[in-house]
Design a protein around this ligand. Structure first.
Ligand code: BGC
Length: 809
């Protein structure tokens, strides 16, 4: 259903029926993820939920069980606009069953520095690929009457000092690179909402950016959607209300409210400005069926663990998996033994951390996925530690002593010591205050659990406050505080502490947290850590090598965790955490054949690359992770992905690296030369693997290339591709333009995927997007010019494998 497009005159009329205070009330959230209704004008409650890898609902954690999708980089690696549309459509289904009107995605910031903690949520380093995939996702979602939200406007590429960082970006770079995905998704697909980031851009907060928000987005692009703030990002009243932002999130407390009413009365904000914000809000409500006759919601959509969802999510994941190298070992052949090794083999990372997390119905590990396909041919060996910080216990590690069910029992007390509530959840070992469901002001939380396995274990606590931990009669006290203060740090980067204990299964554990008064909605988290203590690394390596030597092929699964790929924190290195490099080397030295599976969304360093037979990148594959990886390893599905980020040879060997602000600023001084553009211009060493690289399971020849059209503004290239291998396969024909002017970087201008049977051929046309021939001249008041057409058109499988060159101009 696509509700009829609201009529602006009718919306203005509705606004005129409200007094100033009633209008302003609508412009701040009612809760963390809802907006206030206004029955007098037929406005229903609008409900927002995070994306982008699932629609987790109105709770930050522990909410409804929903489908966990493959992460954004993995989806993007399919280079498939139809697939992106399908993701939008499926997310809309997940939203509709929860009566959610707005999904807070896609994230379309670019992969500028590879240290950025949130790159896993964002599609790629390329603005065209990002923009076209985002536009398709938006269409898929909005065709079903659910609003998408482009985030985070703009120049929001790293997390360090994220609430204050000033991104310093020249105007041409801003427009040609960082604004381009927003422009494409706003003008081609009419995204109904956007989110202004936490950061400043050239000294002005994103939430107050008259130049970007009012001038470019609402002015030049004539965008008529709603611009909301990121959560707690708004720092001012008049400046943000006058700065093109329409809505403050979350609520009910915020910097607008009475202060905005007073600012209007003092003449600092025009009432017509408030009216425009409300018109946009009502337009959104009309579009999603929350104004006037409220929409009806389907109830018969596929459940997150239904067979149809499983298949959809598995297919989306396999399409983006990317073969970096393959010395004839993949897909796995024969009937011999397979040793599956690594912590990521047994605890496969299906998603990143932060607001993109969802409460998934299940997550299949690579070990379980391969065992399901290959049975007792598979030997599973756990690997080295991959985390430095303990995470909350798996519910299976503990039971609530009162109910006997998996998970922890929580008792919430007020300051007088009265029990407010006792709760227990079979899927959770944490309790989160931000979810707005404390039944009063909490001053103490008591966590009780009984261990289900014998030691040696690490037992501890997570969450800000004064803790007393009691295990088997012995007590320890400690105080935990956030390490990196910032919005939501208590939830996004909570402090934790654990201590080794050797106790038998059945031992009771009690942890008591004393906190300053926690009102409902407070960003607080309390959790219990119970995990098996780390084993000696030498023992782990020896076990892995022995299993590898005994098998026909070893599959080592390595990767990152939510310590690196998360919100609020950046990375400091691209090296694999822990002793995973040693694990790969130990396995490669012992095994007849070694396949490395990289379970990470973003590039990692591979010092052992020459010692292994194949490297497969599987991203963060969502709930179907292990089944998808197994399908690809065995050849049941082709890993037809192409990299969406250039993989460098070393830390710092990239065109843009630093993410630590200097005097509060991160300077984007590489201009438009990020990623492959900068490597190609010699501004960084040749990479290990180029953006666009990916081998698939077959081989390709290109012939009969012709270019049509006016190369000054656009171009169309035709080419015949021959599948020269013995498997059906999918090729992604990529077209780049390398301007003769060295001040202008090479850039992707178009691509077309094609599926061709073994031994067959197909003629493919790729049309360049005219926006890639634009150049911004001058500062903020400058204008667009057309690039001189002189240069080369390149047909390439990533710029490390250029198949055809056409000189133009
Ligand atoms: C994130 C947003 C997210 C919001 C709501 C913020 O911390 O930056 O991307 O949508 O929280 O959870």
């Amino acid at each position: 259903m696509n509700p009829t497009e609201p009529d602006t005159t009718a919306l203005t009329d509705l606004v005129s029926r409200l007094d100033l205070a009633s209008k302003v009330r609508l412009l701040t959230g009612a809760t963390a993820f809802t907006l206030p209704p206004e029955p007098r004008i037929g406005l229903g409650e609008l409900r927002l939920s995070d994306g982008p890898t699932g629609v987790r609902g109105l709770k930050f954690a522990g909410g409804r069980v929903v489908s966990l999708f493959p992460n954004a980089t993995l989806l993007a690696s399919a280079w498939d606009v139809d697939g992106a549309y399908e993701v939008g459509r499926l997310l809309a289904e997940e939203a509709l069953v929860q009566q959610i009107h707005v999904v807070l995605g896609p994230t379309i910031n670019l992969h500028r520095s590879l240290l950025g903690g949130r790159l896993f949520e964002a599609y790629s380093e390329d603005p065209l690929l990002t923009g076209h995939l985002a536009a398709a996702y938006v269409r898929g979602m909005q065709d079903a009457g659910v609003a998408a939200c482009l985030k985070h406007l703009v120049a929001n590429e790293s997390e360090t000092e994220r609430n204050t960082v000033n991104s310093v970006v020249d105007e041409a770079t801003l427009r040609e690179l960082y604004l381009l995905p927003f422009e494409i998704a706003a003008t081609d697909a009419h995204a109904w909402t956007m989110m202004a980031g936490y950061n400043d851009v050239n000294g002005v907060a994103a939430t107050e950016q008259v130049h970007v928000n009012s001038g470019i987005v609402k002015g030049e692009w004539a965008w008529d959607g709603l611009l909301m703030s990121d959560w707690t990002a708004t720092k001012t009243t008049a400046a943000s209300a006058n700065g093109g932002q329409d809505l403050v999130m979350p609520g009910p407390v915020g910097p607008w409210g009475d202060a905005l009413v007073a600012a209007v009365q003092a003449g600092e904000v025009a009432e017509t400005t408030v009216d425009d914000h409300v018109v946009r809000l009502l337009r959104l409500a009309g579009r999603v069926g929350a104004l006037g006759d409220l929409r009806e919601y389907p109830t018969d959509l596929p459940a997150p663990d239904s067979a149809v969802r499983r298949r959809q999510l598995r297919d989306l994941a396999t399409a983006g998996m990317t073969v970096l190298t393959n010395e004839g070992v993949l897909p796995l052949a024969g009937s011999g033994g397979v040793a599956v090794i690594g912590r990521h083999a047994v605890e496969t990372a299906g998603m990143g951390g932060g607001s993109a997390q969802v409460n998934a119905p299940y997550q299949v590990s690579v070990a379980d996925g391969l065992t399901a396909l290959l049975g007792d041919r598979v030997t599973v060996v756990d690997g080295v530690e991959v985390r430095t910080k303990a995470v909350a216990a798996l519910p299976a590690m503990v039971t609530d002593p009162e109910s006997g069910l998996p998970g922890v029992g929580f008792t919430l007390y007020d300051a007088a010591g009265t029990v407010l509530e006792r709760r227990s959840s079979p899927t959770a070992t944490t309790v989160v205050g931000f979810d707005d469901d404390f039944e009063g002001t909490v001053a103490r939380i008591r966590l009780q659990a009984r261990l289900t396995s014998d030691g040696p274990l690490d037992i501890g606590t997570i969450g800000v406050g004064d803790w007393r931990l009691r295990v088997d009669g012995r007590t320890s006290d400690w105080t935990l505080a956030v390490a990196n203060p910032g919005p939501g740090a208590e939830l996004l980067d909570p402090p934790s502490r654990a201590t080794p204990v050797a106790v038998p299964a059945g031992t009771e554990v009690e942890a008591v947290l004393e906190v300053p008064a926690l009102a409902p909605g407070s960003p607080a988290l309390a959790g219990l850590i119970v995990r098996r203590s780390a084993r000696e690394v030498d023992t782990v390596l020896a076990e892995a090598a022995a299993a590898a030597a005994a098998a026909d092929v070893a599959v080592v699964v390595v990767g990152l965790t939510a310590e690196q790929e998360t919100e609020a924190v950046d990375k400091s290195t691209l090296a694999l955490p822990g002793r995973q490099d040693d694990l790969v080397r130990a396995v490669a030295a012992a095994a007849a054949k070694t396949v490395v599976v990289i379970n990470a969304a973003t590039p990692v360093l591979m010092p052992w690359l020459d010692e292994v037979d194949a490297v497969l990148v599987v991203g963060l594959p969502g709930q179907e992770a292990g089944h998808a990886v197994a399908a690809v390893l065995t050849g049941a599905a082709e890993p037809s992905g192409r990299l969406v980020t250039t993989w460098p040879v070393a830390d710092g060997a990239t065109p843009a690296w630093n993410v630590t602000p200097v005097d509060g600023a991160v300077v984007y001084d590489e201009g438009t030369f990020i990623g492959y553009r900068g490597h190609h211009a010699g501004r960084a060493p040749a990479p290990a693997f180029w953006f666009g690289h990916g081998l698939g399971y077959t081989s390709w020849d290109y012939s009969d290339v012709t270019a049509h059209g006016d190369p000054a503004v656009s171009t169309t290239v035709s080419v015949t591709v021959h599948n020269t291998g013995d498997r059906d396969g999918r090729e992604v024909v990529q077209l780049y333009f390398a301007p003769a002017d060295p001040a202008q970087p090479v850039r992707l201008v178009g691509w077309t995927p094609v599926t061709v049977a073994a031994g067959g051929s197909a003629t493919v046309t790729v049309t360049g997007d005219p926006r890639m021939w634009r150049r911004w001249e001058g500062g903020p008041d400058g204008s667009w010019a057309t690039l001189p057409s002189a240069g080369e058109l390149l047909l390439a499988r990533g710029l490390g494998d250029i198949r055809e060159r056409i000189t133009v101009g």
